[in-house]
Design a protein around this ligand. Sequence first.
Ligand SMILES: Cc1cc2nc3c(=O)[nH]c(=O)nc-3n(C[C@H](O)[C@H](O)[C@H](O)COP(=O)(O)O)c2cc1C
Ligand code: SF4
Length: 668
Amino acid sequence: MSRYPHLLAPLDLGFTTLKNRVLMGSMHTGLEEEKGGFKKLAAFYRERARGGVGLIITGGIAPNFRGRLMPHAAQLSFPWQLAKHRLVTGAVHQEGGKIALQILHAGRYAYHPFLQAPSAEQAPISPFKPAVMSERQIRNCIDDFANTARLAREAGYDGVEIMGSEGYLINQFICARTNRRDDGWGGDAGRRNRFPLETVRAVRAAVGEDFIIIFRLSMLDLVEQGSSLEEVIALGQALERAGVSIINTGIGWHEARVPTIATSVPRAAFGWVTERVRQALSVPVVATNRINTPEVAETILAGGQADLVCMARPFLADADFVAKAAAGTPELINTCIACNQACLDHIFKGRRASCLVNPRACHETELNFLPTTAPKRLAVVGAGPAGMSFACEAAARGHSVTLFDRAADIGGQFNYAKQIPGKEEFYETLRYFRERLARSEVNLRLGTEATPERLAEFDEVVLATGIRPRTPEIEGIHHPRVLSYLDVLARQAPVGEKVAIIGAGGIGFDLAEYLVATPAQSTEQWLAEWGIDKDYREPGALMTPVPVAPGRRVWLLQRKAGNPGQGLGKTTGWIHKASLRHHGVKMWGGISYQRIDDAGLHIEKDGESYCLEVDNVIVCAGQEPERGLQATLAARGQKVHLIGGADVAAELDAKRAIRQGAELAAGI
Ligand SMILES: Cc1cc2nc3c(=O)[nH]c(=O)nc-3n(C[C@H](O)[C@H](O)[C@H](O)COP(=O)(O)O)c2cc1C
Ligand code: SF4
């Protein structure tokens, strides 16, 4: 009997059957707008369909020009656009899969001057002020949704998802926060709901009865003047009557100051709200956000919180998630660690999405590991992210690979990262590599120094030796109260109650989180700390965050002027800063370090001198590449490759390390 009977159960929708309860959530990848991108998109979705997903949902596609999120964003409005969509639907159907097109109108979130919204209030996350939609424009917009849905059917899609959450146009009509109208499209909840309901009716009329319509309903707005739970449920019931086949969950507007998908969000943190809405509905309801293992998904379904689960990023991380669960080998799943570093951060910078733990994501036609015709004897020095990534792929291609590490275990820098609160998911990446290495032909030599003598027998050597922390020149830097971040994370050196951190890059922030963290939080505690009210007393479900117990006093310092944290990821940096502020961490830029002595750390800030009377000063002032072997090996004519930190000692950059390892393995 399957370990996941609920997850793998088919779902009969009357006119069609989904083969299991897994939706691949909507993700805009950036391929939609690239020249020739739909071919690559077809390859991307083909692999996910082959991997057994019940129903794929595409990234958001605009129904008209004004609804585009960015000026160049994809739109489906004309028959001449069908051919490229047919590449996608054809690929998915060949693999026995199903796919729905998401229709997304950005409303006031659009990042161009032609934006429209129910009312004139500008969004805090767009520099443009929206034009107020006239009655005629509203009617035309509904027609545009219906037109896109009709074209989607013609292109071979099995359904559409109407994007009604996350603060986009439809959500803007639904909530008083953004709908100030007093005509037939605004005022009380009944009139605010008219736009979504008429849109669904028009779409249903356009596509007929035997076509899936999913509505992504905002169940938890997480902004002031959002919907109340009663309003959410009433709208859900009305949507059912209007003809939707499935209701998906939307959590949090993009302008909400509460994390909804970062690693620090507990797994399945929002299942409870889906459950409450589901109890009042009869169509199948989908749970979303931070569901990243088959166990979590099965628990949600078995516990009656939802009829289906929607996982988005987990399918960037592993196309074969469902197939591996069905085969009873969940330990082989490459788990999404919710870091956002290669997916959402890329999209926000206008780059193609990919995945930190799976650099092939969205590069299926470009990064492939074909069997080698010229097997080599390869040595890899360092079993961190770069070394493991290279070794697994190179061995899979047929090379003879020996992986050395002087440490007793694999993982390198992952072993430090996984201790950081909010980065615990790195455990999963380590587990994944451990399983892959165990099943591979890689000769793993742990606890073994890769001396030049040992390396002599290999054709080529890959140095994945990582980095060593840099020691800045400050008077007193060798004082006993000074520690490096490795002393703390790797050697577990005791740390006092008052601490100054020198260097506010990614590692400095991580270390600050580590020093102030409260031990493992329950979902309830996490919700309370971020001010999410499970009792839903106010519309939008926000409340005053519960203060954290006072703990260590920490100063996070940097030489560079301005506020620390500007180099952090676009989509997660604000969460780290908010979390540290919540814990009372002082983040100061423009610091000049004078000396460290028995009194503490002497600094100058804004022309004034202070002494921070701290118990410890922890240095996180960057790192240098560790590539000691390079010169010796090169001098005797051995071919040497540098990957990961040994190549460029950026911040502990696992994304770069894994990608470089994979790319070298594909080409060697
Ligand atoms: C790169 C990226 C692009 C996304 N694009 C969309 C989108 O176009 N429409 C949408 O409804 N949600 C979009 N989302 C949100 C996902 O559908 C999903 O709600 C979110 O990632 C949380 O689910 P997960 O934890 O399973 O990834 C996107 C997410 C990512 C990471
Ligand atoms: S980049 Fe990080 S968050 Fe995005 S899919 Fe990959 S592991 Fe998940």
